[in-house]
Design a protein around this ligand. Sequence first.
Ligand SMILES: Nc1ncnc2c1ncn2[C@@H]1O[C@H](COP(=O)(O)OP(=O)(O)O)[C@@H](O)[C@H]1O
Ligand SMILES: [Mg+2]
Length: 337
Amino acid sequence: MPTSGKKKLLSVEDLKVSFRSGDKTALAVDGLNFEVHHGETVCIVGESGCGKTVSSLAILGLIQRPPGRIEQGAIFFAGRDLLRLQEDELCLIRGRQIGMIFQDPLTSLNPVFTVKEQIQETILAHEILEQKNIEPRLFELLQSVGLPSPETTLRSYPHQLSGGQRQRVMIAMAMSCDPKLIIADEPTTALDVTVQAQIIKLFKSTVQDGSRSILYITHDLGVVANLAQRVYVMYAGLIVEQGPVREILRNPGHPYTQGLLASLPGTGKRGSLLPSIPGTVPAPSRRPPGCPFHPRCSIRQDSCVLQRPGLEAIKSGHFSRCPVLIKGEPEKRTGLL
Ligand SMILES: Nc1ncnc2c1ncn2[C@@H]1O[C@H](COP(=O)(O)OP(=O)(O)O)[C@@H](O)[C@H]1O
Ligand SMILES: [Mg+2]
């Protein structure tokens, strides 16, 4: 899907975020670049520890300092650099223009307030509606996220709802002020597969009219195939591959992406163990020189240890940081489709 000529809603440029531990500082996010256009659903995919959550917190101005620190970069949202705004200006954007949904709704919802009180508070905080118009809006919101009996749900406390219902409430809350962008950080990870599929369907329906964009963060490439137009594959604090979803699933240009694809259930041979990538994501303080993936990579060459590869174009809109795979034989780039 061509993206050139589309208007950028969010643009993260050369972002570096560090954390201090004792007298050492390490970069959890190490030169991140990506963008989300108007009306687009974009996924960032990568294993646990790659820096996905730190990146989304940075966008929202929620990195705690110390131990965290934004070392450099810019985050343009609707033309303004969020990193240069004061906290009160950011508060007007958070919730109102950028809705947030996190992995665990139980920690994001307040246990001592009912669903009604919590969604109402978001709407009132941003002065979107007068008090008398709130009740119909609450009903409308809960119906739109597929909660069957709004009256009962509104009266409920978070612990009285199932995991799937809580996540629907979080989505309703995120949508309550009709934001231009929704950032969803692993919103279905804690849910079972059936509920997961329903929530993904719900996300798709929220962007159907083209008025809103979603930045969807996940460790599961299977979800990406179903939801997004474009995907960024993140490893050890930076993007290692990016492009249109279909193109990346068919023709992955980085061994890390190939490994993620091979780890998906249903892609391995029947009866065989799930193939997965050996090793784990290194902690920020233990990232190796050169290509950060080289210790886990089956096609590494000597040069990979020495220098971090830049993003190179494979095709229009499709980029990868693996010169070995890009310049190697095309048959090595086997994908899902
Ligand atoms: N509050 C923190 N203090 C110190 N290090 C942190 C903190 N939050 C995140 N990190 C570091 O940043 C790395 C990336 O974390 P995170 O963004 O949560 O990964 P992901 O969401 O991709 O699983 C982690 O490996 C961790 O070492
Ligand atoms: Mg995370």
